[in-house]
Design a protein around this ligand. Sequence first.
Ligand SMILES: Nc1ncnc2c1ncn2[C@@H]1O[C@H](COP(=O)(O)OP(=O)(O)O)[C@@H](O)[C@H]1O
Ligand SMILES: [Mg+2]
Length: 334
Amino acid sequence: MTEILKVEDLQIRFIGGKKDFSVVNGISFALNRGETLGIIGESGSGKSISCMGILGLLARDKWRVYGDIRFGENPLPYNDNRAMRPYRGRHLALIIQNPLSAFNQMIPIAAHFYETLNVPNVPPQNMEQVRHQAREILARMRIRDPDAVLDSYAFQLSGGMLQRIMIALALVMKPDILIADEPTTALDLTVQHEIITILQEMQEKQGTAILLISHDLGVIAHLASTIAVIYAGEFVEKGKAEALLECPAHPYTQGLFASRPKFSKERLPIMEGQPPRLFSERRGCAFYPRCKSREDSCMTSRPSAVSAFSGGKEHETWCSRTAPSSVGHIGDGQ
Ligand SMILES: Nc1ncnc2c1ncn2[C@@H]1O[C@H](COP(=O)(O)OP(=O)(O)O)[C@@H](O)[C@H]1O
Ligand SMILES: [Mg+2]
């Protein structure tokens, strides 16, 4: 499989307040063409900030981003807004949680398609050509009357409709990678299910790689072939979905999955304790204060990755305490 995105040691610091603090603390992952990588974690764990950092969308006066990010062979110039432009839309597309905020209320939906398709370095298209492509993709999104939708304004449409249009706008450019940040969170269950099916269909047709961000285990379990669990800006567990869902090794992941014999559409259970305050500098494991399996050394030494095996399938976990059949250290990096 071709590796299309590689993120090595991504670190993101907030520098816009009285005190600097680290929000993302050295996460690494790779995404293959046509694959879905799901990142799951509680609210505030750094999922959206990671996406924005990768796309170079964080305000430079408030954030610092470090790490080696590659699109195929090329280093991604995430710290240079201008240099990032050719990558956004065509190579890396983003769909976000709140559809209404993604639309300009003053122009009809058709004009959004026009702007999306008429970007530098691609042949210009007139409105007729734009509408032709938009109609086709909206129909694939199961929108019955595409022309009426194209002539509407965002405020006239429902949240579920806007979410579908946002996905259509992302996919009309046939991006290599779709970053979907909580794509179904604001929607009711029926629409959620429809959006998931649409994403699956589009992935099969276009070979799109999807980076799927969610705090909803049901959505992740449904779509992702690889899963990473994030806690306080660090991965605590990462591996093939079957291995991780069947046999979670990290106490945090076990806690998340505990009350969920079946991966349905429920939300994550609320766990005891508070997520760590991000500005406190950490020496040991971030999960230590909430961990049921902790020992003294966890407070002072940072966990390194170990291999956990379940039914012959390997995945990584950043806790040596509870990996039942761990076979040794992989390394300190994530
Ligand atoms: N605009 C901001 N100003 C300061 N801190 C922020 C801002 N946005 C996010 N953060 C910090 O970054 C952390 C991660 O946020 P985010 O990536 O949005 O979490 P989530 O995992 O829910 O997507 C938050 O817990 C918060 O401490
Ligand atoms: Mg978020």
